[in-house]
Design a binder for this molecule. Structure first.
Ligand code: ZN
Length: 355
């Protein structure tokens, strides 16, 4: 007997959800906070992306994300001859599916304008269609009135800033003064903008890292070259939508892509110290002492510029224990620059190995 079409569809949906598996990403929580792995920038067929919204959810689950936002362009819908224009379509399609899959979906849209102000994602909105107005100032205001978090995307994107260097224009100053820019992308796909780290300190904003994916994640970040997409690590009081929103407005984030972490020192430092543990010396002889450093995370740490007489550089590989042999002549504290944790335009985290 032929099954009715709706039954076939139901079977397909059940199979899809029953097989959903979430990858484990090994990263530490911070004291008092849970670390949420997030991507707040991606497109679907409802603007210029190539996939259906529920596929974004499957990808996010597979990648081990806790939260994600579909951010289809408001002003750019090139598939409208084939796909109806509905600025809230992504949200409508994933809202209940996300709940069933224990992943947090954020209702969002991308305000897409010339520079200034460029492209801005409005996160945690209620109705994207209210952002479809002529004046960009009014569009941002409409998002803010809905409780929106405004994220300035790829500020140094070469299509808008040919030299690749982000700049704060008068309009940005006005928006910042109003509190209408709440975060800036440091990572957009594989591009990154070190200046953003300085601005986020100066204006107390969240440092963000997102994929801005239009195609398929596994093709954009293929293994083994990539182990993960660019992501924003959010330190939330609880793993809920409200917890996520509170943490973002408070600016408690770091970004992670490749082997680079970026963000403010106040989060980077405890993150590093929660990632590693330094064991007591397990052996010594006349010349040296021997100890181990365990790195329980998926991120290797590259320590350089060690004190005189100590190893000049130490690599703490991901999910590995590193043996260190230290001359007994070394009395200085073992302070290193952690080369792959950026805390400013030209600054990296300084950290000490203490046993
Ligand atoms: Zn975008």
């Amino acid at each position: 007997m032929k099954k009715p079409a709706f039954l076939l569809l139901l079977t397909a949906i059940i199979c899809l959800t029953a097989n959903g598996q979430r990858k484990i990403i090994n990263l530490p929580d911070l004291p008092g906070y849970v670390t949420m792995k997030c991507d707040f920038h991606m497109h679907t067929v409802f603007s210029d992306g190539n996939v259906w919204p529920s596929y974004r959810l499957s990808e996010a689950l597979r990648d081990g994300l806790d939260a994600f936002a579909i951010t289809d362009h408001i002003e750019y819908t090139p598939k409208k001859a084939y796909v109806p224009v509905d600025l809230n379509a992504g949200w409508k399609i994933i809202e209940s599916l996300a709940k069933e899959n224990n992943i947090i979906a954020v209702h969002a849209a991308e305000i897409t304008r010339d520079m200034p102000p460029g492209h801005l994602n409005a996160l945690f909105i209620q109705d994207a269609s209210l952002l479809a107005v002529d004046s960009v100032y009014n569009a941002i205001e409409a998002a803010v009135k809905q409780g929106g978090f405004i994220l300035w995307n790829h500020p140094g994107w070469k299509s808008q800033e040919p030299d690749g260097i982000p700049k704060i224009y008068d309009l940005h100053k006005k928006l910042l003064k109003n509190g209408w820019i709440n975060g800036i992308e440091f990572f957009n796909d594989s591009e990154f903008y070190p200046l953003v780290l300085e601005w986020c300190k100066q204006y107390n904003l969240a440092v963000m890292g997102n994929s801005d994916v239009h195609g398929i994640i596994s093709e954009s970040y293929p293994e083994p070259e990539y182990t993960h997409r660019p992501m924003t690590l959010v330190f939330a009081k609880e793993r809920t939508s409200a917890g996520l929103k509170e943490a973002l407005f408070a600016g408690r984030t770091l970004v992670w892509f490749g082997n680079t972490l970026g963000g403010r020192e106040e989060y980077a430092k405890p993150f590093f110290y929660r990632s590693i543990s330094v064991g007591k010396p397990y052996f010594d002889n006349l010349r040296n002492i021997y100890f181990e450093v365990t790195n329980k995370t998926d991120i290797p740490f590259y320590l350089v510029n060690g004190p005189a007489g100590a190893p000049a550089s130490i690599t703490l590989n991901a999910n590995a224990i590193t043996r260190i042999v230290l001359s007994k002549k070394v009395t200085a504290p073992l302070v290193y620059d952690v080369k792959n944790i950026m805390t400013g335009d030209s600054a990296v985290l300084k950290a000490e190995l203490k046993f």
